[in-house]
Unconditional design. Structure first.
Length: 706
């Protein structure tokens, strides 16, 4: 099998599947070798410019094709409202009515990709048996062809440039009939024009040529947007996309450069679009036209800023890290657009509801919503359980379905919207309005789409918050809750975690009491910001404590701990600094495994760097020795141990930063240990995205006998 023959056979299967199922659009997605991305390989029924944003889908994308591959089963969305509920990102990007089905292409356990078909919105709510059978047969055939191509070594690489197949042309009229049809259309005062899916003019009447400012011969075969550049109008382009995707008649008004307004009526089929172009009478110009096009959900609200606000909301949600930010975004950007007066987001927690956040509701309403049993008969509970939205245009509609609904708010209309997470329903968004509101189909779809976007972000934020709490609890457990009291020694320790979103860190410190006058000060930093780093940090602390208690010197403790890390076969390395403090002999014995050097401020003297030799990081090499340096530690002296988060700043030499830290130690000679901690931490990177933890351990030898 050649690559060309392979492509030709795939194309034929796609053409047959589209025709057999009665669809007007069909696409084949192929899965990348790493299983993380779907690439659009072949499509029919869509212009190339419409396809481009969908040429590459991440496997976690909210799109039917990705869901079909993830779930390994057919996915069916019969209308735009269902699309908005289940795949809000797709509904927002393609805000047009259509029905869609996607099925995985697989052979045995091997999934090759997905086949997706689209139908006009007039399609029945159920997928017909012959339609599903045609998709099943196509997927089976495609799987076999892809398997053969892989075995033959002709499976083409994913280029990101899909093959665009031309639709099967309609009937070709006889010459006499074609001439008669052209003469017939030329008699109309309105212009008639047809163009292909790729935008090339295939027919134009004389009156249409006049309205576009050209002649028939010069316009035929020319791209429409080159023949009339003023049609590069967002409204006209949007109506063209709507016509192609929904296969429904629509219209719009466009103003020519000379100020004349033209009304365009678009009649689509699977091969292109026919236009009827009518000049708008001067006395009706800029006035609403009596013809009301079948608009898509987000456009039909007839508010100029609606779509902009929704796109802005979707963009902002990708940056939102926590629940509070998401609720504020919804309240600030959605409630004003729909003129909602109050909002509450409710999730399931155990067997009861919990209010995550609200805007505009008083305590009485929130108290009612908070703590409801999931077995109660309420709109919020029903939406959470079924995943289907509920809309009540007035209080009478609410009473008709829920006669026992309490009068705890003074609202007149409500939308109860499902917040569906990755593994099912997570909650309900209650949106309330001060006046009765007849929710149109378009408004219902738009609100459901928005709730889906919010749910995706909320699901991520709740998971993030749970992981953050787990990480914080783990880290607090691994760090010492308190430091031992040693006669003749004052001690202070501080720990600053990296900013939110970076993850749990591996910085640690410890103070091990060996006797009344002997102790071991420890500070270190495990590579990475995750639970694995924190767990390794706990192992390192435990090993150091055990070897120090057995009487090993600082260098020997590091050697034993290094061998332990290598035996655990971890991929993470650890820097560590040990200082054995002997208050009786008034000495410090220190060893380093690639850690920043300690600082010493002798009594009545400037701060200085203890120049201990930095050995290799722990976990790098089994046969490594760590030297030990001994220095005096007289009464009145102060020792500072720290991690690199305190001194590492982009663009600043590390030696200069450590020297500056020693200088601050000197300047703060009159400060208490608590004040000194704040002074040393003050210049540390306190930006919104501090990427490293900071640990600081201070020991001061008090004056007088130990």
């Amino acid at each position: 099998m050649t690559a060309q023959r392979h492509a030709s056979e795939l194309d034929e299967v796609l053409r047959h599947a589209v025709g057999a199922a009665g669809a007007h659009i069909g696409v084949i997605y192929l899965l990348s070798d790493d299983g993380q991305v779907l690439f659009l390989d072949t499509e029919i029924g869509l212009p190339a410019q419409v396809v481009k944003p969908w040429a590459r889908l991440r496997m976690n994308a909210g799109a039917p094709a990705a869901a079909a591959v993830r779930q390994r089963q057919l996915v069916w969305a019969p209308d735009h409202q269902e699309m908005a509920r289940r795949f809000p990102a797709t509904a927002l990007a393609l805000p047009y009515p259509f029905a869609a089905a996607a099925a995985p292409i697989q052979t045995g356990d091997r999934v090759w990709g997905a086949l997706a078909l689209l139908w006009p919105p007039s399609h029945p709510s159920e997928l017909a048996s012959h339609e599903q059978e045609s998709m099943d047969a196509a997927c089976k055939k495609l799987g076999g062809l892809l398997g053969q191509a892989a075995d033959s070594g002709v499976l083409p690489p994913h280029t990101g440039e899909p093959r665009v197949l031309l639709p099967t042309p309609g009937r070709t009229p006889e010459v006499g009939q074609a001439v008669a049809a052209a003469l017939y259309l030329d008699r109309f005062r309105d212009g008639c024009l047809a163009f292909s899916l790729e935008g090339r003019i295939t027919f134009v009447s004389a009156s249409a040529a006049d309205l576009l400012g050209g002649d028939v011969a010069g316009l035929l075969g020319t791209p429409l947007w080159e023949a009339a550049p003023w049609l590069k109008n967002p409204v006209f382009e949007d109506r063209c996309r709507a016509a192609v995707i929904s296969q429904e008649t629509t219209s719009c008004t466009v103003r020519r450069p000379d100020g004349c307004e033209l009304r365009f009526y678009l009649y689509p089929d699977s091969t292109g679009i026919s236009l009827r172009i009518a000049p708008v009478p001067i006395d009706q110009a800029t006035q609403p036209h009596p013809y009301e096009p079948l608009d898509s959900s987000l456009r039909s609200l007839q508010q100029a800023d609606v779509f902009y606000n929704f796109v802005h909301l979707a963009t902002a949600l990708t940056r939102a890290l926590n629940v509070r930010e998401i609720i504020d975004l919804f309240a600030d950007q959605v409630m004003p657009v729909f003129k909602a007066k109050a909002m509450a987001m409710v999730i399931a927690e155990g067997d009861k509801t919990k209010v995550l956040g609200s805007r505009g509701y008083g305590s009485e309403v929130l108290d009612h919503l908070d703590g409801l049993s999931l077995n109660s008969v309420t709109p919020a509970e029903r939406v959470l359980r079924t995943g289907e939205p509920l809309f009540f245009s007035n209080r009478g509609e609410l009473r008709h379905m829920y006669a026992d609904a309490p009068d705890c708010d003074d609202m007149a209309a409500w939308a109860f919207l499902p917040l569906a997470g990755s593994d099912g329903g997570i909650g309900t968004c209650v949106l309330a309005f001060a006046e009765p509101r007849p929710f149109s189909t378009e408004e219902r779809t738009s609100l459901t789409t928005l709730a889906g976007l919010i749910a995706t972000a909320l699901d991520r934020a709740l998971l993030y918050d749970a992981k953050e709490r787990l990480a914080q609890t783990l880290q607090e457990t691994l760090l010492p809750r308190s430091l031992p009291e040693i006669p003749g020694l004052d001690v202070a320790a501080r720990y600053l975690p990296a900013t939110r979103g970076v993850g749990i860190g591996g910085d640690f410190y410890d103070l091990i009491r060996l006797s009344d006058t002997l102790l071991m000060a420890v500070i270190g930093d495990v590579q990475g910001h995750n639970v694995t780093a924190a767990a390794l940090m706990g192992q390192v602390r435990t090993a150091i404590r055990a070897h120090a208690a057995a009487g090993a010197t600082p260098g020997e403790v590091l050697e034993h701990t290094n061998r332990l890390l290598i035996e655990t076969e971890t991929d993470l390395f650890t820097s560590c600094l040990l200082v054995q403090v002997d208050l009786r002999l008034r000495t410090l014995r220190t060893s380093s495994a690639g850690h920043p050097p300690p600082l010493l401020r002798p009594p009545n003297a400037p701060g200085e760097i203890i120049d201990v030799a930095p050995g290799l990081l722990l976990g790098v090499d089994t046969d490594v020795d760590y030297s030990t340096l001994e220095v005096p530690f007289p009464p009145g002296a102060l020792l500072a141990l720290y991690t690199d988060g305190l001194v590492e700043t982009p663009g600043v030499d590390i030696d200069d930063a450590i020297g500056a830290l020693a200088a601050r130690l000197t300047d703060a000679s009159e400060e208490s240990l608590h004040q000194l901690s704040n002074t040393l931490l003050g210049p540390a990177p306190h930006t919104m995205r501090r990427t490293d933890d900071i640990a600081l351990l201070l020991l001061e030898h008090r004056m007088g006998p130990p």
